[in-house]
Design a protein around this ligand. Structure first.
Ligand code: GCO
Length: 481
């Protein structure tokens, strides 16, 4: 297989998130977050799983970083739990020095190993106290001020050593799963009879605005008060599948595909990267349910110069136009999402979760589209999959993971091709360093390159980790042109 050299500053690594791996939820002065409440209030919603212990990374981080060293990682993306740093979350609430110490230990250990820390400030674990105090993400004015203060504390305490910041992970998931489907914390949904205290058909869009403005404030704070001295970069990680028309000859389906991506990516990327309003298709469908940006908001968006586009990419789909008026609960743009097209062709090989099929060709198109629209360097901040049937496998079966190996090869190949197409792709983080708590799917799906035994907490490298190790060592990527 021909290979192409990557630039020397290409970032290679693995990614995780605090609630999915840390455990130790009642240690070190940590305050509760909305996921603690969500998992414990109605355990069936998370398949009786929770993050109380998870991978116990809180106590085992040195062992986990030994793995990073073994895999040759140059960078490691992890998230800080807001409620470890400020247990009550708010701008006038005290900072927890034990939480600061914990993340100082992580950062210093990574640096000793020559691994660059990439820090996500928010990976869905809002301090519960802010949700209780004023409605959390539903209170646009309050939450952005508290997020800015939290971000400032992180820059002040860690920014001498952390040079790569990601403000938010997948705001779409926070807004839609948290406030439309109710499948993620805090579990609000217009179809949930418990949500009688608000207009739930507006909530995802209000939360979206709160997330966008929080990102903007955190970036402005960095640019004004820290960038000159600390010389780091700051971005955001957006999820989003690529969509192709279900019927390749239908104009309506082509528009549906575009609309679907606007509802998913443009919702956040247009305000954040272009300082523009939401896509027209959103305004047309949602009318006054979509909040507006004031002059002041637009000024903040324009001032919040963001360095890079973090892309979390897993899969793609086909889009079929839905006739008729979209219902209030529609968050995808009146589109039917399908895994095969009109000709019956599947979007790609099925992985170990129903929503994820391997579609590297569409990944390549996605990279080209995002690059041409937003013109920022792209870092793949998540990419990975569980193997078919892996949730039921024994350890020895799971560590032999040809499906994942092929998935990585094909997606790295697509990156190589898009780089040849002209897209600027500056790094790649495999999701995930180890099997971990897959949110409301519990501990079933295994996305790790390391097998986690949840009874003994023993870690065992899978074969795919060793493939990445080889590629990283050679600083090469396969390109099968
Ligand atoms: C996400 C999150 C991760 C998930 C991963 C696999 O993208 O949903 O960032 O926390 O675990 O994506 O679903």
């Amino acid at each position: 297989m021909p290979v192409s050299a990557l630039p020397p500053d290409f970032e290679w690594g693995f990614a995780t998130a605090a609630y999915q791996i840390e455990g130790a939820v009642n240690e070190g002065g940590r305050g509760k977050c909305i996921w603690d409440t969500f998992c414990h209030l109605e355990p069936s919603r998370t398949k009786n799983a929770n993050g109380d212990v998870a991978c116990d990374h809180y106590h085992k981080f040195e062992e986990d970083f030994d793995l990073l060293t073994k895999y040759g990682a140059g960078a490691y993306r992890f998230s800080i739990a807001w409620s470890r740093i400020i247990p009550l979350g708010g701008r006038n609430d005290p900072v927890n020095e034990e939480g600061i110490d914990f993340y100082n230990q992580l950062i210093d250990s990574l640096l000793r190993r020559g691994i660059k820390p990439w820090v996500t400030l928010y990976h869905w674990d809002l301090p519960q106290a802010l949700h209780d105090r004023y409605g959390g993400w539903l209170n646009v004015d309050e939450v952005q001020k508290d997020f800015e203060r939290y971000a400032r504390v992180c820059y002040e305490r860690f920014g001498d050593r952390v040079k790569s910041w990601i403000t938010l992970n997948e705001p779409w998931i926070q807004a839609v799963y948290g406030y439309a489907t109710g499948g993620n914390a805090p579990g609000r949904s217009s179809t949930n009879p418990q949500c009688t205290d608000g207009d739930t058909s507006r909530e995802p869009w209000i939360v979206g605005k709160a997330l966008i403005m929080s990102h903007a404030r955190a970036v402005i704070a960095y640019n004004q008060d820290f960038r000159k001295q600390q010389k780091g970069a700051i971005g955001i990680s957006l999820n989003g599948d690529y969509y192709e028309p279900w019927d390749a000859t239908s104009e309506q389906d082509a528009e549906a595909a575009e609309r679907r991506m606007e509802f998913h990516i443009g919702w956040f990327a247009n305000p954040i990267f272009l300082a523009k309003d939401y896509p027209d298709s959103m305004r047309e469908q949602l009318g006054s349910r979509l909040p507006t940006f004031s002059e002041e908001d637009f000024a903040a968006l324009a001032a919040a110069e963001t360095d890079f586009y973090g892309m979390n990419y897993y899969t793609s789909q086909y889009a079929k136009h839905k006739a008729g008026v979209a219902p209030d609960t529609d968050v995808v743009g009146n589109v039917e999402e399908l895994q095969s097209n009109k000709k019956g062709q599947s979007v790609g090989a099925e992985s170990g979760v129903h929503w994820l099929r391997s579609c590297p060709e569409m990944f390549r198109k996605h990279l080209t589209r995002v690059h041409s629209l937003y013109k920022k360097p792209i870092y793949i901040t998540e990419n990975g999959c569980p193997c078919p049937g892996e949730d039921k496998m024994t350890k020895s079966e799971s560590v032999d993971d040809p499906f994942r190996l092929q998935y990585f090869k094909d997606h790295l190949d697509a990156i190589g091709k898009s780089r040849q197409d002209g897209a600027i792709i500056s790094g790649y983080f495999a999701w995930s360093l180890m099997d971990n708590l897959e949110w409301s799917d519990g501990f079933g799906p295994r996305f790790g390159v390391t097998y986690t035994d949840y009874d003994t907490l023993e870690r065992t490298p899978k074969k795919s980790a060793l493939l990445l190790q080889e590629l990283i060592a050679e600083r090469k990527q396969p390109i099968s042109c």
